[in-house]
Design a binder for this molecule. Sequence first.
Ligand SMILES: [Fe+2]
Ligand SMILES: [Fe+2]
Length: 499
Amino acid sequence: MIRIAHISDTHITGEGAFKSYAFDLIVEEINRGNFDFVIHTGDITDQGLREEYEQAAYQLKKIKKPLVVLPGNHDVRNVGYKLFEDFIGPLNGVYEFKDGVVIWVDSTIPDLSDGRIGGQKFRWLKEKLEEYSDRKFKMVAAHHHLVPLPDTGRERNVLFNAGDVLDLLLRNEVTLYTCGHKHVPNVYRVEDLVIDNAGCTSCKKTRRGDVNSYSIIELHDEGEVKVTIRRVIGDEVSKEHKPVRPKIFIPGGKRILRIAQVSESNVSDRVYFRKKTLENAIRMINERLKPDLVIHNGDIVDAGIERYYEMAYEYYKGIMAPKVVIPGHNDITYLGYELFQEYFGEPEIMELNDVVVIPLLTAQYETPIGVVGWMGQKKLRGLLQEYEGKFRIVALHHNVIPIPRSREVGFLEDAGDVLKVLTDEGTELVLTGHGGNAYGVKIENTPIVNSGSISWELHRNPFGNSFNLIDIYTDMVVVWEVQSTWGSTKLLGIWKRKA
Ligand SMILES: [Fe+2]
Ligand SMILES: [Fe+2]
């Protein structure tokens, strides 16, 4: 077994944010403990200043274990990245241990709080993952988080290209991603990838009244990963994950519902709207796929004007199955809010046998960013609890997880809190429809599926315009992506319902 101590956000400075007693307490515990090595995921200093780096170099020497250190946004302030190399070490690198490797990447952007692993760095990371593909434990460490975090207020500073990075890590079967930055300790499982967000080790700026903490990571010989959040006061919280392999399943149970999940029709008379493609897809849905339900996850029109709504109504009137239509940010531009209600009605909770669809309204006027809000989150939690025992589907427009090839602006501004509600309650399925690219991953026990664009030329999907076909069986959920023009299909995700 390999044991790793994960510290972060020490914010070492002369005056102010740095809590030296918390640092000493945690370092002493680590030195006494049975750890193979230590990872520090950035914000070593507070302002990237020379005197802070001098002090940090001295403080970090107290750690009597091999140490992997990478820069955070605070370290690169005031051109601190130059000092980082002088006082601490390389900004990017590889640390090898028995059966495993840590690849650490500098995710900072000078003078911004946001992160990015783009261009050359992305390519470098990809090459390193390929080079070390035979290792049993592949770890990637960077400062910024990949998946929205709860209790961070307005969600931001996720890596700009978090979708691409997440996809890269999943494709390369990375075991663990460690990061810091938001000072919120949190552990999520995304498919077989464990994401360990460390809290802050020695900074005053904790959130929600939390105390300083670090994480203990255990990599067991059988492939199991255990992460324990260890606070300076209070109980430990642990989470364990056993990789789910093999990943090819065959549904054994009965099919209980088939859904066609559609989004971004963007009906309009603009050249980007592919009328024939939409007509073809609707014909395919009616004649060949015959779903029990159609869910349109937003942007049924390109702009909220009557002429477009009339057109959209005509196309979708032809759908034979019951429909749930949820407004997207395009739908409520101009007079769209009223027009949407007039043509498609306020989306309502729909029950079909053992399945319930809970629509969530997230669109705001004239911005691609969505919001649920405190009251909305509370209401959502209440509804999820009320319908516990059923197969609960939450359908909304905006993304709660990053989508490859898109920037994170299509997120909910409270994506972290909403994702927490959804996963805490064990929601059986979440359907979103922003970003123009089909994607699906399971976070904790909740599959989250985004549909691509069914008929809008401005999409981000190499497969072309598409929609999703979702088959819910008693024992699993299978999602196919269907090409709108050709009808060819490919598997987007297959998840056991109770695993
Ligand atoms: Fe920080
Ligand atoms: Fe940070």
